[in-house]
Design a protein around this ligand. Structure first.
Ligand code: T46
Length: 133
């Protein structure tokens, strides 16, 4: 079984279209302190390549598609993200990389903490050392 937690978001649809609600401590399992989104990425250029020490995040591909490689130091899994109702929990100490962005991809991320560069582990060997302790 994969260690990656996917969150199926409820879509409130009617004849006018769809509406997805993102509430902290509901479908999103933390208080949301920050939201950012990534778009206009060259399909050849991957992003991420880090883990967070204390920040939890939920990523949602609200348009287009990309792949999220998740690595807990023991296992690696690649998740195809191609639905605005599919959340992927990026938990603490999970190395993640985003690949194969479609040209129209908009990847939205909800975070449990404000931005803090010192929360990032950007060196893979340091990540492996930290998770093996
Ligand atoms: C993550 C994945 C999914 C800020 O100043 N504030 C912010 O809130 C963020 C997220 C970034 N930045 C700055 C830091 C860098 O100078 O924006 C620049 C690009 O960030 P980065 O190279 O970390 O971007 P990605 O796409 O590699 O990673 C991002 C998030 O940073 C990261 O937390 O989990 O998306």
């Amino acid at each position: 079984m994969s260690f990656v937690q996917e969150i199926q978001l409820k879509s409130l649809g009617d004849e006018r279209g769809q509406l997805v609600v993102l509430e902290g401590n509901q479908a999103v399992p933390f208080d949301i302190k920050r939201v950012y989104y990534i778009y206009g990425v060259d399909p050849q250029i991957p992003r991420g390549f880090h883990a967070h020490k204390a920040t939890q995040q939920v990523a949602i591909c609200i348009k287009g598609s990309c792949k999220m490689l998740m690595d807990d130091g023991n296992q690696k899994t690649t998740v195809l993200m191609n639905s605005p109702t599919q959340g992927v929990l990026i938990d603490v100490m999970q190395w993640h990389e985003m690949h194969d962005f479609s040209e129209d991809c908009i990847l939205m991320v909800l975070a449990s903490e404000h931005y803090d560069e010192s929360d990032y582990i950007r060196d893979y060997d340091n990540f492996l050392k930290a998770v093996s302790i």
